[in-house]
Structures are given as C-alpha cells and as structure tokens.
Design a protein around this ligand. Structure first.
Ligand code: MG
Ligand code: MG
Ligand code: MG
Length: 307
C-alpha cells in the first residue's frame, strides 16, 4: 500500500514541491510514497512543475484508510478530511505546530525556517540520498516562493544556503530573475474568477474560538489588482456569510514595495487596529513592511483575538 504525502488545502508551490520531494526521498529509503495535492495546482506551481518536467501530484482530499505524511502544515483545519480515520506517519513542516494528534509515535521534522523544502534539503543530506536535478529545481523555486525571493521576514540563513546548494545541483544561476519570473506568473490574474483569486492562497484559523480566514495574493505591483479590488472586497464579504466566519482578511502583498494592503470584513473591525496599530479606512488598511502571513499577520491577530 502506497503512503500519500500531502500539503495543505489551497496548495502553494511549497506544499506541492515538498510533497514531491518527500515522496521521492521516502521511496528511496524503502517506503513507497506518492505525492498528492488537496486541490488544483495554482498557476505559479504549474509553471514550476513544467519548467523542470515534473508531473503534478494526484488529487487526494480524504485520509480514510490511508497512510499519510503531511508537509507544510500540521493544522487539522488545513488538512485532509477524516485525518483521524487514516494513519499519520510523519510531519515535515516550518509552521507553528498545529493541532493534529496521533495514537502512535511518528517522525516529525519541523524547523523555524522559511520553507518546508529547506527542511527537506537537510533530510536528503541526513540520509545521504542524492537529490535528482529536477527535484532540486522545484525545491529551489519553493524556497524562492515562500521567502518571496529571500525578502520575507520568515527567511533565514538556512533557506539561503539550501537554495544556493539546490540551485547549483539544478544548474540555475540567476535566482533573482527566476524569482521575479515566478511572481509575474503569480501576478497574472486576468480571466481568473474572483472567488478563485480569494481562495488561491487561503487558510482557516481558529483564533480564541473565532473562525478566521486569511488569504493572500502576492504580486509584483499592487496596481495590477486595481481592476478587481472592489470585487475582491465584495467576495470576501459573501465568503464570510457562506462560511460563517467571524472575520475574513485578504492580504494584497506588493513584493517590490514590501508591504500589504489588507481587505477586511469582520464582526469586530477594531481587532485590526489592536493587531497592527493601524486604523483601517473603511474596509482596507495598508500594512507597511508586512509580507508574511505566518510570521507577521497570524501571530498579531492571535494576540489581538485573545485580548
Ligand atoms: Mg504553504
Ligand atoms: Mg511553506
Ligand atoms: Mg506563501
């Protein structure tokens, strides 16, 4: 029976590439594994997979009767349905430890670094397994994506070192350029339904008993979103009702200006001021220097919701 390796819902490039890499590593160590995704592969990830000739992982949404390894998350709200009806075998991640629990001891590799693929690079080294050239390529791209080309507050020296070594193996020499190329693909929103944009990189959180959804769109220039901003605001408003959210926040991140405009709809809008010291004008707030949901947005909101 194959074991499935899967990243979080609304898969991003790290979730997709880390699943492929861990499945490759584990299979070479004698545990036959298949990479999987919980949803459609986004345009940036598609670009990355095509560039290095990797197949997109198969779709998996339910863990019932399956053996599972998780990458890039350990929160139940972001994981497969019925995770408790499958057998969780490992977690490789770089987020805060979530709320999964297991009846048996499992393998856990989780480091406070900018990308799961940075942890995976060290796992390959630890086990002395050679990283295939194409997998080194997609792992490099995952690091560029998660660390916003090394600019995010989440980026560490370990990420830079891992990316350098992986790039060498993959024969890549201009990571800055490759990064911009990826973010341009990510920024192309024409013809994409508004709900798809909202959900493209969207995560649910339980904050002090409140259901909070936080999405993020990272673009090379915020003006690219001017034509859809009103529709995005309307859509998160509908989503709030449909999903019975306390709050829905959508970060529109300008990776060149290094800040985010946050669209918000909340039962308690002052929570934004409490979290960031910025009072929103209407349903928007500019958060200077804020690029990381994980390191800057989630912890601030968690504190504000707890207060
Ligand atoms: Mg991720
Ligand atoms: Mg990640
Ligand atoms: Mg990300």
């Amino acid at each position: 029976m194959a074991v499935y390796v899967v990243g979080h819902k609304s898969p991003d490039t790290d979730s997709v590439c880390a699943a492929i890499a861990l499945a490759d590593l584990k299979s070479k160590l004698g545990v036959e594994c298949k990479p999987a995704v919980q949803g459609e592969v986004n345009p940036e990830s598609r670009f990355v997979l095509e560039k290095f000739g990797c197949d997109a992982p198969e779709l998996l949404t339910d863990a019932t009767d399956k053996q599972i390894m998780l990458v890039d998350h350990s929160d139940l709200s972001q994981s497969l349905d019925n995770l408790n009806k499958g057998e969780l075998m490992a977690i490789v991640d770089h987020h805060k430890v979530g709320d999964v629990s297991t009846p048996n001891p499992i393998e856990v590799w989780t480091w406070p670094v900018g990308c799961t693929c940075t942890v995976l690079k060290s796992m390959y080294d630890f086990y002395g397994v050679e990283i295939p050239k194409n997998i080194a390529g997609i792992m490099t791209c995952a690091i560029l994506s998660d660390t916003v080309i090394f600019k995010s507050a989440t980026c560490t020296d370990a990420d830079k070192k891992a990316a350098e070594a992986l790039a060498k193996k993959a024969g890549l020499d201009d990571l800055q350029n490759l990064g911009i190329e990826m973010f341009k693909v990510k920024s192309a929103i024409e013809g994409t339904p508004v709900r798809e944009l909202v959900m493209r990189d969207f995560k649910d959180f339980n904050m002090n008993g409140n259901k909070v959804g936080i999405g993020q769109l990272e673009v090379v220039d915020l003006s690219l979103l001017d034509s859809v901003k009103d529709d995005l605001a309307k859509d998160i408003s509908s989503l709030k009702g449909e999903g019975s959210y306390h709050s829905v926040f959508l970060l529109l991140t300008d990776i060149m200006k290094e800040g985010s405009e946050m669209l918000l709809v909340s039962d308690n809008p002052p929570v934004v001021e409490k979290a960031f010291g910025v009072s929103p004008s209407g349903d928007k707030a500019w958060l200077d220097g804020v690029m990381s949901r994980k390191k800057q947005v989630v912890p601030n909101f968690e504190k504000a919701f707890a207060a």
